[in-house]
Design a protein around this ligand. Structure first.
Ligand SMILES: [Mg+2]
Length: 216
């Protein structure tokens, strides 16, 4: 079997088990503005950049008729909750093995994440194996125009590795992220979780129940 030109990895909910923590931080923050975020809303936030999520949650708070001074006021509540939770995020099953496998086989890797550089540093600190992925595109990357579900993050990641995105495997867990990877032309691998069982993913995606299923 031919190896992919590169593997492009999402971080949150794919390599690290952060999505329940992100969801809890948004839910608790919205609740302090008397607004409830149900599972469908939490799913819609998944995979997107923090500021994009903040704008959406702010809209929901205001739609419900509750006052909120703005994005900064919301993030001032949300960020301390998130940082406390995310510093202890565990790895997803099979993530470390997959990354070490790619590294050992010489398959180039990049991180294609909506998370900011500072947020990645916080979450990755306990996981030294993530240092094997040296090429990274962050949500606050200077070159990045639109965040996921736009394809930019994957296109930039492939370009930095000097490969064609269409020859890459992308690994994603969120509908927004999988749409981004598909739009970039990657072969999309979707890690399904309980929260995304009923979500819609791009046609032709390889569906995984665990990263342990990936054969390289
Ligand atoms: Mg994700």
């Amino acid at each position: 079997m031919a190896y992919p030109a590169a593997c492009l990895f999402d971080l949150d909910g794919l390599l690290l088990d952060t999505e329940p923590l992100h969801a809890r931080a948004w839910r608790d923050a919205a609740r302090s503005f008397d607004t409830d975020l149900d599972p469908a809303r939490l799913l819609a936030l998944r995979g997107r950049r923090r500021l994009d999520c903040a704008d959406q949650v702010l809209a929901w708070i205001r739609d419900a008729g509750h006052p909120c001074d703005g994005r900064e006021a919301l993030l001032a509540v949300r960020q301390p909750i998130a940082e406390r939770l995310l510093a202890q995020a565990p790895a997803m099953a099979g993530a470390e093995r997959l990354v070490r496998n790619c590294y050992g086989l010489g398959v180039p890797m990049a991180l294609a994440t909506s998370s900011s550089r500072a947020a990645v540093e916080l979450k990755a600190a306990p996981h030294r194996w993530l240092e094997l992925i040296a090429t990274r595109v962050h949500g606050d990357d200077a070159e990045l125009g639109a965040g996921k579900p736009a394809p930019d993050v994957f296109l930039i990641a492939a370009a930095r590795l000097g490969v064609d995105a269409a020859s890459c495997w992308a690994f994603e867990d969120s509908p927004a992220g999988a749409m981004a990877a598909a739009a970039a032309g990657c072969r999309v691998h979707v890690l399904l979780t309980e929260a995304t069982q009923d979500a819609v993913f791009p046609v032709g995606s390889v569906m995984l129940e665990s990263l342990e299923e990936v054969v390289l």
